[in-house]
Design a protein around this ligand. Structure first.
Ligand SMILES: Nc1ncnc2c1ncn2[C@@H]1O[C@H](COP(=O)(O)OP(=O)(O)OP(=O)(O)O)[C@@H](O)[C@H]1O
Ligand SMILES: [Mg+2]
Length: 278
């Protein structure tokens, strides 16, 4: 079904992309995010997502809001990325563009061999359905369905889903499979929401403040689940948070300010959620 998407233009443009998109191919340590210096061609070519000079402008009457400004970003297979930034800096806008919920005003978005920037609404829906899992601050489970049924619902429209109980097992919720959302704690509901997001075996799991509504120990538990899923399934995981402590568990930390990537940090060693505190 992927073949309906417009394929990326070949080599000529890929070369250009390589030149412009080494935001995160920096040495191990803190670096400037928008530098375009040395290029690891092989790494860029294997990127799952490739964002090239993305800008997003919202127009409200006579006002223009520049939510993203000239953002370059690659996401490599299996990496865990934390996105940090002040309120209004553009984090959710970037996540929504990655997940095909929104389009950039200018720039290009590539997913594997496919150009998403020019995809139709239907193609973007298909892209999200097959390849993207979303987790939000509020769990959005269907109240009249059990945990199992909430997860199983997704398997009916997914191409090659896992068994719902397998997904619930990955988040430690099999024993609660027959509970309705109202019979679950916030953290348990969020774990079911994660199971629902991963049951279709997405390439990328996009999490917008997944611990924002949870207390400290529950937030840690949910982070452990996200790390476990990332390590077990190899799903690229992007987590938006206001909590800088969470950055220690990421492969890569991307800081956004006023719509720009201002810093990219690669962690040589990653902390487990148990090791971090805030
Ligand atoms: N649909 C929209 N229409 C107009 N402006 C928008 C829209 N969505 C976002 N914005 C504006 O774009 C900017 C970036 O918003 P975004 O939601 O990406 O920020 P954020 O970093 O996720 O913030 P927060 O941490 O508060 O969630 C903000 O100034 C916001 O007001
Ligand atoms: Mg946001």
């Amino acid at each position: 079904m992927e073949s309906v998407w417009q394929a990326c233009p070949p080599k000529k443009d890929v070369t250009k992309v390589v030149t412009l998109c080494n935001t995160e191919d920096a040495p191990l340590s803190t670096t400037s995010g928008q530098a375009h210096s040395s290029v690891d061609v092989a790494k860029v070519q294997q990127a799952v997502f490739h964002l090239d000079h993305i800008s997003k402008v919202y127009r409200m009457g006579d006002n223009e809001i520049h939510a993203l400004r000239d953002v370059d970003l690659d996401l490599q297979p299996g990496e865990f990325v934390v996105l940090l930034g002040a309120s209004g800096s553009g984090k959710s806008t970037l996540l929504n563009i990655l997940g095909g919920l929104d389009r950039p005003t200018s720039g290009r978005v590539r997913y594997r061999d496919h150009e998403l920037t020019s995809a139709t609404v239907g193609e973007l829906t298909q892209f999200r359905r097959e390849h993207v899992g979303f987790v939000f601050q509020f769990y959005n489970l269907i109240p009249s369905l059990t945990a199992f049924e909430n997860v199983a619902l997704v398997t009916e429209i997914a191409a090659s889903p896992m068994d719902p109980d397998e997904a619930l097992g990955l988040v430690g919720m099999v024993e609660r499979r027959n509970h309705f959302p109202s019979q679950l704690s916030g953290g348990e509901q969020q774990r079911v929401a994660i199971a629902r997001a991963i049951v279709k075996r997405p390439d990328v799991l996009l999490c917008d403040e997944p611990t924002g509504a949870l207390d400290y120990p529950t937030g840690k538990l949910v982070l452990s689940v996200l790390q476990h899923v990332n390590q077990t399934l190899g799903t690229i995981t992007v987590v938006i948070t206001h909590n800088a402590a969470i950055a220690a568990m990421a492969d890569r930390v991307i800081r956004i300010s006023s719509g720009r990537i201002v810093e990219v940090q690669r962690n040589v060693t990653k902390a487990s959620p148990e090791e971090i505190s805030w």
